[in-house]
Design a protein around this ligand. Structure first.
Ligand code: ATP
Ligand code: MG
Length: 400
């Protein structure tokens, strides 16, 4: 027997009132987008839950899509049965038969919504529990701390029966906490930072700085692939490709090798802030992790961050490399990130970058760089925008 309905539970159950219904609406839209390739599905939104009627569409493939929907706490494959005792018993057994642990402790919970049903919930607990135990004698009953809960909902027309609880992505529904710009390099960290920001309900546009022709087309391709992976959670992402070569070359001519990275990164943030303002984003998200490299010491980050007014969100700031790699593997960006490529920041990279630059000195050097504002504006002007769709183009094709 196959499940014919999927019951979806939303996350952040503590949310109340207006926010809650707004969030429900967003999750519902995202769910529909995620399962777009399956046209026979039908949907019912009811008391904060979404029911998907499969209508013969494949459960396994659809559950893989659902696992990426942000804000979805969990879901259960549901077996339906007509409101007859024998059918409910047989279906309950079918719902338990896929169980991995045949010696699991379980209990049956029956909820009788349809009060005209012949047996009340207590009686049904026994009738269903007894039937399942007889067919699966290795199971044990534990009413207080069961490992598996077999739920039987006697609804108006049908019984809904389920025992499995599949964990969803959780977090906030897509975009419900506002919009930010993600500085997306081709490295390991920034895609992970982007994923965490998406999961926290931020809508993202991505910014990538390239030093073409010193950096290759291939390195830009890699960034598009990484953005594509993030689209698995976001649906689509606008990617801003910023040419950095000119400003980078001019900063290199300043002849303060130790401050090259500091000055360059301040320029990158200035450009990002302008792009954020032009696109209605209220923060910049980056993949810094404290102490990882010279530009990620507190001293450096302080001086770099002061170049702009917008908040800089660094989801990975206290996360260690191994943990970051773990997340990168889960979201399938790691193998792309470790492909060799030239980063814009490796061009003119000094051997001894400062780890504790002086804000006063940096600001006075910038005052002497009279061309700086014009270069920043020019980089913004020459920025190219492209839309990245989902990894599975087919899946989101109709949305473009
Ligand atoms: P990542 O693995 O994300 O590249 P990293 O450890 O290599 O990070 P840095 O190169 O110092 O660290 O970059 C710090 C952050 O600055 C990155 O996480 C990213 O958010 C941003 N960044 C760096 N290079 C670029 C780039 N070429 N385009 C866009 N953002 C960048
Ligand atoms: Mg990097």
């Amino acid at each position: 027997m196959k499940p014919n309905v999927i019951m979806l539970r939303l996350g952040e159950l503590t949310l109340k009132g207006k926010n809650r219904s707004r969030f429900e609406k967003v999750v519902f839209e995202q769910v529909k987008k995620a399962v777009l390739p399956y046209p026979k599905l039908t949907f019912v939104l009811e008391f904060g839950r979404i029911y998907i009627h499969l209508n013969e569409e494949p459960y396994e493939a659809i559950q893989a899509c659902l696992k990426k929907v942000l804000g979805l706490a969990s879901f259960s494959p549901v077996f339906t049965a007509p409101l007859e005792l024998a059918a409910i018993q047989a279906t309950s057994l079918a719902a338990m038969e896929g169980l991995e642990d045949e010696q699991a402790e379980f209990k049956v919970t029956v909820r009788r919504v349809n009060k005209s049903f012949l047996y009340d919930s207590q009686e049904m607990n026994k009738l269903v529990g007894g039937y399942v135990l007889k067919a699966m004698p290795t199971l044990k009953v534990n009413v207080n701390h069961p490992k598996v809960e077999l739920k039987v909902e006697l609804r108006e027309k049908l019984a809904f029966i389920y025992s499995q609880n599949v964990k969803g992505m959780g977090g906030f529904p897509y975009g419900t906490n506002g919009k930010a710009m993600l500085m997306l390099s081709g490295g390991i960290d920034s895609p992970v930072a982007g994923f965490l920001a998406l999961r926290q309900g931020l809508k993202l546009e991505a910014i990538h700085f390239h030093s073409y022709p010193f950096t290759s087309e291939r390195s830009q391709q890699k960034v598009k692939e990484l953005a594509g992976k993030l689209c698995g959670y976001a649906g689509e992402i606008k990617l801003h490709m910023v040419p950095l070569t000119s400003i980078q070359t001019r900063i290199h001519e300043v002849y303060r090798e130790d401050l090259f990275i500091t000055l360059l990164r301040r320029a990158m943030f200035r450009i990002s802030e302008k792009l954020a303002e032009a696109n209605g984003a209220m923060a910049i998200v980056t993949g810094e992790s404290l102490g990882q490299v010279a530009s990620q010491t507190l001293g450096s980050m302080n001086v770099i961050g002061r170049a702009i007014q917008l908040p800089i969100i660094q989801p990975l700031i206290t996360t260690g490399k191994q943990e970051i790699i773990g997340i990168a593997e889960t979201i399938d960006t790691f193998s792309i990130s470790i492909q060799p490529y030239e980063d814009c920041c490796t061009l003119f990279m000094p051997p001894h970058p400062s780890t504790n630059p002086s804000l006063r000195i940096v600001e006075s050097i910038e005052k002497s760089m009279v061309w700086l504002d014009a270069e920043v504006d020019e980089a913004v002007r020459l920025t190219e925008q492209l839309w990245i769709g989902a990894e599975d183009k087919q899946q989101f094709a109709s949305l473009f």
